[in-house]
Design a protein around this ligand. Structure first.
Ligand code: DGT
Ligand code: CA
Ligand code: CA
Ligand code: ZN
Length: 587
């Protein structure tokens, strides 16, 4: 079954916002809390129901628990349906957008009598909202920007969501239809683009089974509309997490598999360029195979390798297929050997209950050692400026270090490393003293405030601290929610190289920060990168997979990624910087 925790969390967030709109602060807070708890649960809520543990989850009262059961049983929550009627209809979708929110919308509703999105946009543009007390041009500008990003994000989903839906659908099709020989998700999902328009699924089967496969696909429970249904292709609209998505399914013959895979993986630009090269060689490529242009004789098509080989190229990893030089490299047999998930030896950015993580260090260690073949993890909780995240001051950090020592000692290993995600303050200084930072194995420094100013100077100053080993989520963007803050990344890359500081590829699905363009620049400039999950719960460790995907899209090889190395090699990197700055090395 499709994991519904996220759906429920989204509904509870909406309910919280509506309660706030209705001035019921108490219920608003209860639903907000429940939303966060459900989002962070390591397991599908239906398993809690099945094992009788739903009513034992801390922070979920019986009234909310019964709504979870109702949703699982009926796909609806009656109370939510009733609540929606108490707020202007158009506000429901906007009510938890950054910059809008229930309080803002309520004032616009009461003071200007506005109740539709159309009127709202008009009032944002004609200055009426700007004139409300406490609003002003800056806030209005941010609201318009937020709305624009939201409209775009509605059209495209982030990679992590696309992969979850893809896995669910391919497993379901495979399990129920023995007639399917091969199945693969293609298009931008296979290329692991950071956002995905529609999902494209490819299968092979015997001709006689086409109808049965299409019947099954178009009548899946998630399908809300069938756009096209035919023996070769069907397109449907499916509903996931309250959002509508188009999914295309295409059926080919086994001998066409490679050609179809190649064609529908794209990108369009890559395919156009490939066809030009083929034409020069007297060949013709389409989704059924590679053919001689004059005689129509088929020369390749059963595998993707055969398609590329027929035009004189090495097989190209899907992540590179954007026509950014990969075709030339494949012809010269000079494609990079991209980093792989199995190369990763540890995670360098992990939060625990010492700050805003939801799991204790001990439980993190047990989980990671059981589920990942890592050699180390670094616990990097927040520093004191992050008050909402219960950031650590020097004293509490030292206490945390003692706990780490104890956990390592009891387990008889040196698995957990001591770290911090230290805030970069407004003037570029750090939130904790050098005295304490010098005792840590690994220091991530991040910007968490003042997003509207140019932050280049702060980041460079932080890199000039001898104890800072990596810059966390360097551009601060949140895909579909927040643009990067102004920052001169070319200057940051240069300073990273000069100071011996790594740049983070933060693998949180909405961050993916730095992005593939800057990864490639960093790689070209010999800057070391780290791929980190920034995990706040146990499920988050799985984000490493998409972190590796964007690294691959940025042409990164194993040697570009520091955490493909042993801990010894990481220590060497840390000590090289310390030596450069003339401070004591770490043992
Ligand atoms: P998306 O869905 O916007 O995230 O991006 P894609 O790349 O998945 O694009 P989509 O779904 O329109 O088409 C899937 C693939 O099919 C695309 O990457 C390449 C191939 N394709 C589609 N239309 C054309 C076309 O007109 N010419 C060529 N050469 N390839 C096409
Ligand atoms: Ca697509
Ligand atoms: Ca498509
Ligand atoms: Zn952070």
């Amino acid at each position: 079954m499709y994991n519904i925790n996220k759906d429920l969390a989204n509904i509870f967030k909406k309910m919280a916002a509506i309660y706030e709109f209705l001035d019921d602060r108490f219920r608003a807070m209860a639903y907000q809390r429940a939303a966060h708890i459900i989002e962070d649960l390591p397991d599908d809520v239906r398993n809690y129901i099945a094992t009788g543990k739903l009513y034992m989850i801390r922070g979920i009262g019986s009234s909310i628990a019964s709504k979870i059961e109702e949703y699982v049983k009926t796909g609806k929550i009656q109370k939510y349906e009733e609540l929606k009627k108490k707020v202007p209809e158009d506000f429901i979708e906007l009510i938890d957008l950054p910059g809008f929110g229930p309080k803002t919308l309520k004032r616009i509703y009461e003071e200007l009598g506005i109740s539709t999105k159309e009127e709202l946009v008009k009032a944002l543009k004609d200055g009426r909202i700007e004139q409300l007390e406490g609003f002003g041009p800056k806030k209005v500008e941010n609201m318009l920007k937020g709305l624009q990003m939201y409209e775009i994000s509605k059209r495209r989903i982030i990679l992590w969501e696309a992969l979850q839906i893809s896995k669910y659908l391919t497993e379901k099709l495979k399990k129920n239809l023995k007639e399917i020989h091969k199945i693969e998700v293609v298009g931008s999902t296979r290329r692991r683009k950071e956002t995905i328009g529609d999902l494209d699924i490819l299968v092979t089967a015997d001709d006689k089974d086409r109808l049965k496969i299409m019947d099954f696909f178009t009548s899946l429970e998630e399908v809300s509309e069938v756009l096209v249904k035919g023996p070769k292709k069907s397109s449907v609209i499916m509903k996931f997490e309250g959002k509508e998505r188009q999914v295309d399914l295409r059926i080919f013959k086994d001998e066409e598999w490679g050609a179809a895979l190649q064609y529908f993986t794209g990108s369009k630009q890559h395919n156009i360029h490939l066809r030009e090269i083929a034409k020069e060689k007297g060949l013709k490529i389409n989704e059924y195979g590679v053919f001689k242009a004059d005689t129509e004789e088929k020369v390749a098509g059963e595998t993707e390798e055969s398609v590329y080989k027929a035009v004189g190229m090495d097989w190209i990893p899907p992540e590179l297929r954007e026509d950014r030089g990969e075709i030339e490299a494949a012809m010269e047999h000079k494609l990079p050997e991209l980093v792989e998930l199995k190369d990763i030896k540890g995670d360098l950015h992990v939060h625990s209950t010492w700050s805003d993580g939801v799991v204790s260090i001990k439980d993190i260690v047990d989980f990671v050692r059981k589920n990942y073949r890592y050699e180390y993890i670094v616990i990097t909780d927040h520093s004191k400026s992050q008050r909402v995240a219960h950031g650590l001051d020097e004293e509490r950090l030292l206490e945390e270090l003692k706990e780490i020592q104890l956990i390592n000692k009891m387990a008889g290993l040196d698995f957990v490393k001591k770290g911090i995600e230290v805030d970069i303050l407004l003037d570029g200084s750090l939130d904790l003293s050098d005295e304490v930072l010098s005792q840590l194995d690994w220091v991530v420094a991040s910007v968490h405030s003042h997003f509207s100013r140019d932050n280049t100077d702060r980041i460079i100053k932080a890199m000039e601290n001898p104890y800072v080993n990596a810059i966390g989520h360097p551009t601060g963007r949140l895909i579909g929610l927040r643009e990067p803050y102004p920052v001169d990344m070319d200057a940051v890359i240069k300073a990273a190289k000069e100071t011996g500081t790594a740049l983070e590829i933060n693998a949180q699905p909405r961050r993916m920060d730095i992005d593939e363009i800057w990864i490639r620049k960093a790689v070209e400039n010999g800057v070391k990168l780290v791929i980190s999950t920034d995990a706040h719960n146990l499920g988050n460790f799985a984000f490493m997979e998409i972190g590796v995907s964007i690294a691959r899209r940025g042409w990164a090889t194993k040697k570009d990624i520091l955490n493909t190395g042993s801990w010894k090699e990481i220590q060497k990197f840390v000590n090289q910087k310390r030596k450069k700055f003339g401070v004591r090395a770490i043992k």
